[in-house]
Design a protein around this ligand. Structure first.
Ligand SMILES: [Zn+2]
Length: 377
């Protein structure tokens, strides 16, 4: 594989804004090659109702309390559709967890309420200490880190895993899926949210307080201790269906009065600001390229359609202004302070302590042993 002069892949829309991208002699990128090698077959082979039925049977069999499994809900399409599938197609009784990081959009609040209500599900809302959430988010801003969503992402997954262990619920079902996420965001744009060592280093350098109540769980705790010693299993049911984003949104709208939002992950108001404005304008990273490329490879969007959409900014200038002012108010800093950070020198995750090399090593070993064919998030 060589890196030649292509700026954009000829098959998807990933490009040299990921400086590690590599192209083959046909101008196809390494994300596409990984798709062909590791994911394409799974997209088809997993759609097997016998396999699915046997997993569901196992999930039902191990039930000890009131619930078969735990699912997280954000109000976004994947987690909302997951709740629908788990209850209506798999006939499981899940406990639903929502982690409130303080940034819910009005669409996400509406969507969670409607899904829970119409499916008669039990919901637990874990509210993250806003004082600590705010301080940690500000630390990531001050660190000039490209992945400002690490604090939210960490709080969400740590809360769900820790809850499962505490209440002895063995199965966590997630909305993760190959169909809309077969192209991972490059590490440079989105470093692992599960690297607690990295988070702690940034908080130590830039934070004003020690994290006490903030939900925490490091990558090896959940990958090894929880999985192999506490028996927690993670299962992604959407991979067993012909999961199409547009069709799923239509079902959710018609059945539940679910509301759309402009882009993947914009159910969080912070993520809308961060992915739709900050990351693109400050770092030049457009996460839509990974989202649309996934849809291209799973035949849900044409490359031409993606290119046309990418010509326009993800949010309008007016919207960006509103979000900028909302975020600064919410974080209790002035707009000029936020502007000052925006104009500061960009850094990368490599500028801070991390478990990057250890994680890379484990991913290689696990891949070799065929346990893990995708990058750990
Ligand atoms: Zn490609």
């Amino acid at each position: 594989m060589k890196n030649n002069n292509h700026t954009i892949c000829r098959r998807c829309v990933m490009d040299t804004t990921d400086s590690n991208i590599k192209f083959d002699e046909n101008g196809e990128c390494d994300f596409c090659q990984n798709f062909d090698k590791n994911i394409k077959n799974k997209l088809i082979s997993l759609r097997d109702s016998t396999q699915l039925a046997s997993i569901v049977k196992k999930i039902k069999k191990q039930k000890t309390g009131n619930y078969d499994c735990l699912i997280g809900i954000s109000g976004g399409v994947d987690s909302s559709f997951l709740a629908h599938i788990v209850k209506n197609e798999l006939f499981l009784n899940p406990l639903v967890i929502h982690v409130d990081t303080g940034w819910n959009s009005k669409e996400s609040v509406n969507n969670i309420e409607r899904i829970i209500d119409k499916l008669s599900l039990d919901l637990v809302t874990i509210v993250v200490s806003w004082k600590e959430m705010r301080d940690l988010q500000l630390s990531f801003f001050k660190a000039q880190h490209p992945n400002l969503d690490i604090p939210q992402d960490h709080a969400i997954f740590a809360s769900i895993y820790n809850y499962a262990v505490k209440y002895n619920i063995k199965y966590i079902l997630t909305g993760g899926n190959f169909a809309t996420e077969c192209i991972r965001e490059p590490l440079q744009w989105a470093y692992h949210a599960s690297d607690l060592f990295h988070i702690k280093d940034i908080q130590k350098k830039f934070g004003n307080m020690r994290l006490k109540d903030f939900p925490m769980c490091n990558i090896f705790t959940y990958k090894i201790l929880y999985r192999y010693f506490k028996g927690i299993k993670v299962f992604q049911p959407l991979n067993y269906f012909d999961y199409k984003k547009e069709d799923s949104m239509r079902i959710l709208e018609n059945k539940y009065g679910w509301l759309r939002y402009e882009q993947k992950h914009y159910e969080s108001r912070f993520t809308k600001f961060y992915e739709g404005y900050w990351l693109l304008k400050k770092f030049g990273y457009d996460k839509r390229k990974a989202h649309y490329s996934s849809l291209i490879l799973s035949n849900q969007m044409t490359r031409e359609e993606a290119i046309t959409k990418l010509e326009k900014d993800p949010i309008t200038e007016k919207d960006a202004k509103n979000e900028f002012s909302y975020v600064s108010k919410k974080l209790e800093i002035s707009e000029s302070e936020l502007n000052f950070i925006m104009n500061g020198e960009n850094k990368s995750f490599k500028d801070y302590k991390s478990l990057h090399f250890i994680i890379q090593f484990f991913v290689k070993v696990l891949r070799f042993l065929k346990f893990e064919s995708r990058l750990i998030r």
